[in-house]
Ligand binder design. Sequence first.
Ligand code: NAP
Length: 650
Amino acid sequence: MQLVSGKNDLVKLNPTPLTITSDDESILAFVKAANPAPLLAAVAQITGDLSLLRTELRPDSSNMLDPTGGLTPITVAEIQSVAASALAKFRDGGCERAPLPNAAELAIIMEYLAGGEIEADYVPLLTEELALNKDQRAPKWTKGDVAPDAAFKVVIIGAGMSGIVAAHRLQQAGIDFQILEKNGEVGGTWWENQYPGCRVDIPNHFYSYSFAQTSEWPNYFSPQKVLHDYFRSCANEFGLQNKIELNTEVLSADWDEADQLWQLLVRGADGTEQRLSCNALVSAVGQLNRPKMPNIAGVENFARESFHSARWDHSTDLTGKRVAVIGTGASAAQFIPPVADAAGTLTVFQRTPPWVLPVETYQAEIPADLRWVLQHVPEYARWDRLYIFWRTHEGLLPMAVVDPDWEPQERSVSALNDFVRMFFSAVYAASVPDPELLAKVLPQYPPIAKRIVFDNGIYLQTLQREDVELCVESIAEITKRGIRTVDGMEREFDVIIYGTGFEASKFLSPMKLHGVGGVDLHERWGGDARAHLGIVVPEFPNLFLMYGPNTNIVINGSIIYFSECETNYILESIKMLLSRGLRSMECNADTHDAYNERIDAGNKKMAWGASTVNSWYKNDLGRVAQNWPFSLLEYWQQTRVPDPGEYTLR
Ligand code: NAP
């Protein structure tokens, strides 16, 4: 048995708030660093004074692109002054927090933050997300309550973000489980991707578990190492160390009909293979975990150094070298600037330019003033989380919806989407004065049809460096010495870096899974992976997928949210099995098929499904097998509890 290595020294979860001792003037200076609307929401909540949330201080619900909520400078100044005065009074009263708001009071604060009325259906979801003083999603039952004598074991494959939350919940419910992790560390994608510049593109208050918040993020958007530390801290804090077998890869899983168990073949750290069995199997292997090498002729011929971004070779010194980068997706856009700094020359091979969204704070550290707010008003982070949730995914989703009457559809899919396109295009025009380069980097497909890249401007600046060339000629071949493009030109390189993405459509590969009657999962899928709710698959009883087919989101939702929803569904499924004395549950094919028809129809109405631009969201058959096309609310509603009518129960 191996333990999670490393110290839990960086990310402190749910820290105790500090007492406010600063003078009035300093408090006003500190709060100026905070986002105004979440600040006022947090201050109203901790003081219990909801009269602070005056209608004229509400953010503009129609201005979702503006991170400060379309507030005028005068309104912002008024919010800061109101918040600072209320915090000074709070200080004078000994920092005594008001009792937690009741449902009606919560709804008032939420509506202030949203800038208008919120559908009643959202309130319980937002309350859970907010998780004020309480882990709202912890299971409300234990195995001891429902089936104390039943033997039931779960194996989780993968100790990344999804595996950790699933394990934590199983532990809370008192279910026996074990995590098998192929890597020598926890953290999944945040361990594997160690390329320079790697960082998350969702603000950290949202890209973190709802129940494990911290005021100690050093950046607005954490770099890889900080996130890896966060997930490692979580694994340690949740007491999972002894439950994780590192360097242990699941090779195959076969459903044993006689015993209603999964039989696993596992290769351990020393290379020996062993068999394990479990009642339920949770795959938490992710979608972006197997590097994809491009199908370019001669990849194997290059005689010098080359590597994929997710397998960065830190022993390769790029200093002064002639470096080629193939790909301009989210990974490459992050490592191209630091590679350009190190290399002698850099040539970037672009097939499709990314839409880049300028985010001023993307690479910035959290300033001391904002840190003061986070430490003294920790609810600020929670309300900021809710604000991001509301304004980004639920708020931005309409920008991706196709208007069937909108023409032409090639470059935008609706008037709103076209507005986004014009906004982005203006940024490109201002950032890239050279018309020839601008023509190369300005995307000709609708915004949100591919993953948008977040950046503080450095990516487009890098492409304008004298020692950087952007090549848009298609690659014909990789040769022994370099790369030959279709125009016949061969460029020589010392190092080739592949930023060519992941085998995202090959869900669960290379594991072999056999279900009822020995049916092979990959053969059944035929390269077109589907699942009901992205979680369960007919003929594969008691198999639960996390971040499975059609559970990815394109604009700013957090995958952690989906993992928390999936975990809830898995726990409720296990509860159903245990409380009814059942051995297995198998999703019915008609439920699965009807669900997938609806998903397909939904994706066709979104920019990423309607556009012909290539992306990792589509599999080789052209179907969007990755993305969830509906609201976050709907996924939450659908994953509350399993419907026994959708299953064959044994
Ligand atoms: P990706 O988005 O799939 O990008 C792969 C790049 O390689 C694309 O530019 C693609 O061109 C190019 N490419 C692939 N095959 C090629 C070929 N044969 N010839 C020329 N170019 C080729 O992969 P990624 O950049 O690793 O990102 C994957 C996903 O990971 C992201 O969308 C995001 O969800 C996640 N991610 C997130 C972050 C973050 O949080 N900041 C960072 C990195 C990754 P085409 O566009 O023409 O296909």
